[in-house]
Design a binder for this molecule. Structure first.
Ligand code: URA
Length: 436
């Protein structure tokens, strides 16, 4: 088999066999196929696409290119949740303990934030002592003992995707549906859960800017997951404004703790309820979504989810006193306000810009090696649909550097649009894909 022939086949719109796809993924991972040939192939995929079978083969080949986490020692059906990346998304911190406190094992592999979106691991590391660098054995033991563990992605998880993603990033071949779906699902399949619930974001802060694109991605990923024998669902959610009010690591952890105490903003609560319900349904803990919602609401009312969160933080080395006394968290030294410049209604929030503003304050990584400042970020007072008067505070910025604070304030001001006509707030959950 020659890579040249496979490039030619795809260039003419042909369909590759499973053997051919495995040949090129394995060859590229082992450095037997050079970047220039793989780049040409990826571009041909951008022009001609891949069908369902090809997409599944690509995903499986990438998943099997490294370690496949064996979670068979965990009792019961293990659930995982994955978001395609959002701003202010702290759902994992809330729904993990909610689902675990109902006896469903949550075995989650998470990533760090990169670009304008935040990552669960950085948020968890806000707890002094907390570690996600736990061994596979500790991960399994913790899930068996208390139904919840979160570990960082290991270097050997889907290495083919890692190499291909880096190449896509520099050859303008990231935004192709099969390539994105395969990339995300290869890591999820390798991470071993039986139930995968995907949160596919749509809007100005998301990878997929429109509902239609998000839905197509969601359907493709659900097909891959089910095709690989995992119960897979996708929730499509709005990312035209940040989720909840807080953006930035410690600020988001505090909002998550508030949510576990029963004081979640509506959109955040809707997101957690929708995603967690499908985790329970997929694991067979409930027969219907309505039953799941009742049980989940009770985990908050009874305080069981909060206690589970504290137990989880402690088990991974963190100081659980911070869960009960969030004032213990460090604070940024400076604050500044962004105010309404005119009377009206908030009609749009450029959410990618909001994520980048938090990054500018030091809350995210510009490169993989960047150190992040856990204390900085933004707390919104108003979101889309809110009526404002000139001078009302829309957001409070938390910073440790005066210059960055002032640059961030003017950037954030530009990201918020105030219109003259009333605006209906956007529902957070836009759709669900149960079966593709
Ligand atoms: N996230 C991934 O992991 N891969 C993609 O291709 C896009 C987003």
């Amino acid at each position: 088999m020659r890579m040249y022939d496979l490039i030619m086949k795809k260039k003419h719109g042909g369909t590759l066999t499973d053997t051919e796809i495995r040949f090129l993924v394995n060859g590229y991972t082992k450095d037997e196929i050079p970047d220039y040939q793989m780049s040409a192939f990826l571009m041909a995929v951008c022009f001609h696409g891949m069908n369902e079978a090809e997409t599944l083969s690509l995903t499986m080949a990438m998943a099997e290119s490294g370690e496949l986490l064996d979670l068979s020692a965990i009792h019961g059906k293990k659930a995982d949740k994955h978001s395609t990346g959002g701003v202010g998304d702290k759902t994992s911190l809330i729904l993990g303990p909610m689902v675990a406190s109902l006896g469903v094992p949550v075995a989650k592999m998470s990533g760090r934030g990169l670009g304008h979106t935040g990552g669960t691991i950085d948020k968890l590391e806000s707890f002094p002592g907390f570690s996600v660098s736990i061994s596979n054995q500790t991960f399994i033991d913790n899930v068996n003992r208390m139904k919840l563990a979160i570990m960082g992605q290991t270097a050997d998880l889907a290495p083919a995707d890692k190499k291909l993603y880096a190449l896509r990033d520099v050859t303008a071949t990231v935004d192709q549906l099969s390539l994105i779906a395969g990339s995300i699902m290869s890591k999820k399949l390798a991470a071993g859960a039986d139930v995968i619930v995907l949160d596919v974001k749509a809007g100005s802060g998301a990878f997929m800017k429109t509902y239609e694109d998000a839905r197509a991605l969601a359907e493709t990923m659900v097909k891959i997951g089910n095709g690989a024998g995992r119960k897979t669902y996708a929730v499509i959610s709005d990312m035209n404004q940040p989720l909840g009010y807080a953006v930035g690591n410690i600020l988001e952890v505090k909002e998550a703790i508030e949510a576990l105490n029963g004081r979640a903003p509506e959109d955040l609560s809707d997101a957690c309820m929708a995603l967690a319900s499908y985790m329970l349904l997929g694991a067979g803990r409930v027969k219907e979504i309505a039953e799941a919602r009742e049980l989940l609401a009770e985990t908050i009312r009874s305080g069981k989810a909060l206690t589970k969160f504290a137990e989880f933080v402690k088990a991974q080395g963190g100081d659980e006193r911070f869960v009960y006394e969030p004032d213990r968290f460090s604070k940024a030294s400076l604050t500044g306000e962004v105010k309404a410049q005119t009377d009206g209604f908030i009609s749009a929030m450029n959410t990618e810009e909001i994520g980048l503003t938090s990054l500018l304050l030091g809350g995210g990584r510009e490169t993989k090696e960047s150190e992040i400042d856990l204390t900085v970020g933004i707390v919104f007072k108003k979101k889309i649909g809110a009526k404002v008067q000139k001078g009302d505070t829309i957001a409070v910025l938390h910073a440790n550097d005066r210059e960055k604070l002032s640059a961030a304030a003017s950037r954030l001001q530009k990201a918020i649009t105030i219109g003259q006509t009333p605006v209906t707030p956007i529902p957070h959950i836009l759709g669900v894909v149960e079966q593709a």
